[in-house]
Design a protein around this ligand. Structure first.
Ligand SMILES: [Zn+2]
Length: 347
C-alpha cells in the first residue's frame, strides 16, 4: 500500500547542488553581519502558527484541462510560487536568499505533488513578510505562506546549532531545508484537508504532521537514500524539541497543537515504525522510549495506509500507474537508492 504513493524520480541531486551554491553565495554576502544567534535565544522565540483565516466559501472552479487531452490522460493541478518583497528592510536578506535559492522550488515532495493531484483549485506557495515567526495555510485564498521571519528563525537556529556542534555550511543548509520541507508539507496537509474535504477525527495538527512524515518516507527519490530521508526527519524532529522549553501553561495545553516534545516523539515513532530493523538506533540511542516504540510499527503503518487511502483517489489520471508499472518504477528507484547509499562520493 505504501508503494501506491511512490510516484517517480525527483531531481534532488540538481536541487542539492543549486541550494548549497545559493546558500553559500548568500552567506558570503552576509559575512559582514553574520546571522548567528545563541541557541537559547533562538529556541526561546515561540513558534505558534496563527489560526487559519476564517473560511470564505471557495470558488467551485475546476482547473481547466486542455481540450485535446483525453480525460484518462488529464494532468493534475499545478501550483504557483511567489516571493513578495518585504516592507521591513531587515527582512531583505531573507527575501534575497529565498529568491536566490528559489527556496519554494527546493521542496521535493511539494514539487512532486505539483500537477500530480487533481484539486479544486491551485495551491499558491508564497514567501512574504508576516510580522511574526510563522508559516500557515490561508484558507480563503488557497495560499500557503512561508514568512520571512520563519525563514530567518530557521537560519539563525540552524547556524547556532551547527556552530555549537562544529558543523559546516552544508549542515546549516541541511537543517534549514529539512525543516522547510517538513513545515511546508505540514501546511500542504492543511490545504489538502480543506480543498479535498478529507475526513479527520483526530486533531488536524497531528494528522498533518503525520502526512508530512508519511510523504517524506514514502515519496522515493532516486537521488536520496532512505537513510538520507530519515536523517532529514531527525532534523525536523530536532526543531520541535529545541523550541519546547518545557514551560507549559494552561494556554499551551489548550492549544490545537501538541507540545513540541510530543511532536518530536510522534515523529520518531513514525520513522522508527516505518522500518524498525533499519532505524533501531532511534530506540537504542534513547530518542524514543522503548515503551512507545513497541507499538510504533503498527502505528506508523496504519497512519501511512490511511493517508494513502485518502490521497489515492485524487491522483490525476495522467499519473496513475498499473500495479506492474509501479513495481517496475519502485525497483528501478530502489536500485538507484542502494547505489546512492553505497557510493563513496556524491554525484
Ligand atoms: Zn498546522
Amino acid at each position: 500500500m505504501v508503494q501506491k504513493i511512490i510516484i517517480g524520480i525527483l531531481a534532488a541531486a540538481l536541487i542539492a547542488v543549486c541550494s548549497i551554491w545559493g546558500y553559500s553565495a548568500w552567506q558570503a554576502k552576509q559575512a559582514a553581519a553574520p546571522v548567528v544567534a545563541p541557541l537559547a535565544t533562538a529556541a526561546a522565540v515561540p513558534v505558534k502558527p496563527v489560526k487559519p483565516v476564517e473560511a470564505i466559501t471557495p470558488p467551485a472552479e475546476v482547473v481547466p484541462v486542455a481540450a485535446e487531452v483525453p480525460a484518462e490522460k488529464a494532468d493534475g493541478t499545478h501550483f504557483t510560487y511567489e516571493y513578495v518583497s518585504p516592507r521591513n528592510p531587515d527582512l531583505l536578506p531573507m527575501y534575497n536568499m529565498a529568491r536566490e535559492i528559489d527556496v519554494l522550488k527546493q521542496l521535493p515532495e511539494v514539487n512532486q505533488l505539483d500537477g500530480w493531484l487533481t484539486l479544486p483549485r491551485p495551491i499558491h506557495y508564497i514567501a512574504a513578510e508576516c510580522g511574526t515567526v510563522n508559516a500557515f495555510y490561508a484558507k480563503d485564498k488557497g495560499d500557503i505562506v512561508l514568512c520571512y521571519e520563519m525563514l530567518e528563525f530557521l537560519v539563525r537556529q540552524g547556524a547556532a546549532m551547527t556552530q555549537a556542534s562544529g558543523g559546516s555550511t552544508r549542515d546549516q543548509l541541511n537543517y534549514l531545508m529539512a525543516n522547510l520541507r517538513f513545515l511546508m508539507l505540514h501546511e500542504t496537509g492543511h490545504a489538502l484537508v480543506d480543498m479535498l474535504d478529507l475526513p479527520s477525527t483526530g486533531r488536524e495538527e497531528d494528522a498533518v504532521d503525520q502526512l508530512a512524515t508519511t510523504l517524506m518516507l514514502s515519496f522515493v527519490s532516486a537521488d536520496e537514500s532512505a537513510g538520507d530521508i530519515a536523517q532529514k526527519l531527525q532534523l525536523a524532529a530536532t526543531f520541535f524539541i529545541a523550541t519546547d522549553d518545557g514551560q507549559h501553561d494552561m494556554a499551551t495545553y489548550a492549544d490545537e497543537h501538541s507540545v513540541g516534545a510530543q511532536r518530536y516523539f510522534n515523529l520518531q515513532c513514525m520513522v522508527y515504525g516505518h522500518n524498525p530493523g533499519k532505524y533501531l538506533r532511534i530506540v537504542t540511542s534513547g530518542r524514543l522510549p522503548e515503551a512507545r516504540a513497541l507499538r510504533c510499527e503498527e502505528e506508523s503503518k496504519q497512519i501511512t495506509r490511511n493517508w494513502m487511502r485518502l490521497i489515492e483517489p485524487n491522483i490525476a489520471p495522467k499519473h496513475r500507474m498499473t500495479a506492474e508499472e509501479e513495481r517496475a518504477k519502485i525497483e528501478e528507484i530502489q536500485r538507484k537508492q542502494v547505489d546512492n547509499a553505497q557510493a563513496p562520493y556524491m554525484r
